[in-house]
Write a protein that binds this ligand. Structure first.
Ligand code: SF4
Length: 233
């Protein structure tokens, strides 16, 4: 199938197609940032029982757990949480410490691999298609994000790929979409508590993620491994 034909298709139409094509083998991955919540809201209007999952890394801020409760209550969905392997985490922490990510880029990537990438891969093995909140505006590495693409793990759907910040904010305002409480505290991108901070004056985008790293791309790897590509998004 030529997925490039989805380029001119709206986010709601893409989600409608994914839901009807893949049924329960389609799920939305979200960390409860604005984009993910817009996708959940759009999809729930089409299919109220849409599957939604999140990676519970074990290092999430309490505000994200509060969002999980709020999403369950708002949409009445059985939010699926995906945990890392406890043995892998225990071995990593025993060898390198709980806060290993501050010590080196290699340690940070290992932690993301154990707590995010491998759990995601295990989850995707049970799905045919999944949706992400990637947008081309978010970073240079995401500028080429297709709306629908065939990747090693299945079909990856990014319905908001061509949306602007303003479009996301407008949808949220018009539909009273739930928003993560940390946005009110200056966060622009939200992940694990020890690796995410509010933006400082003049900073933008993903500068609040892994801020102590100077020479690495601000990605955890889930959009690399899931694609089976060497591309660093
Ligand atoms: Fe570990 Fe930080 Fe990556 Fe979370 S964001 S998995 S705490 S390195």
């Amino acid at each position: 199938m030529d997925y490039s034909s989805f380029e001119g298709v709206s986010a709601a139409e893409i989600l409608s197609w994914a839901l009807s094509t893949f049924g329960d083998s389609f799920a939305i991955a979200t960390s409860f940032q604005k984009e993910g919540m817009v996708i959940v809201d759009l999809a729930a209007r089409i299919q109220p029982r849409v599957r939604v999952f999140t990676l519970d890394t074990g290092r999430l801020p309490q505000e994200t757990h509060l969002m999980m409760d709020a999403v369950r209550e708002r949409y009445g969905i059985a939010l699926e949480t995906v945990q890392p392997d406890v043995v892998e985490v225990a071995e990593m922490v025993a060898a390198r410490g709980l806060n290993l990510f501050y010590q080196s880029a290699e340690n940070r990537q290992l932690c993301c691999e154990v707590r995010k990438v491998r759990p995601l891969m295990r989850k995707l093995a049970g799905l045919q298609a999944w949706a992400t909140g990637l947008r081309r505006e978010q970073s240079p590495g995401r500028a080429g994000t297709p709306k629908v693409e065939k990747v090693e793990s299945g079909v990856k759907v990014s319905p908001l790929a061509d949306w602007t910040d303003a479009q996301v904010d407008r949808y949220i305002a018009e539909h009273n979409v739930l928003t993560h409480p940390l946005y009110e505290h200056g966060y622009a991108s939200i992940g694990c508590a020890p690796c995410t901070r509010a933006l400082e004056p003049g900073e933008s985008g993903r500068a609040g993620r892994w801020w102590w790293e100077q020479d690495t791309k601000k990605e955890c790897g889930i959009h690399i491994s899931a694609e089976g590509l060497v591309r660093r998004a």
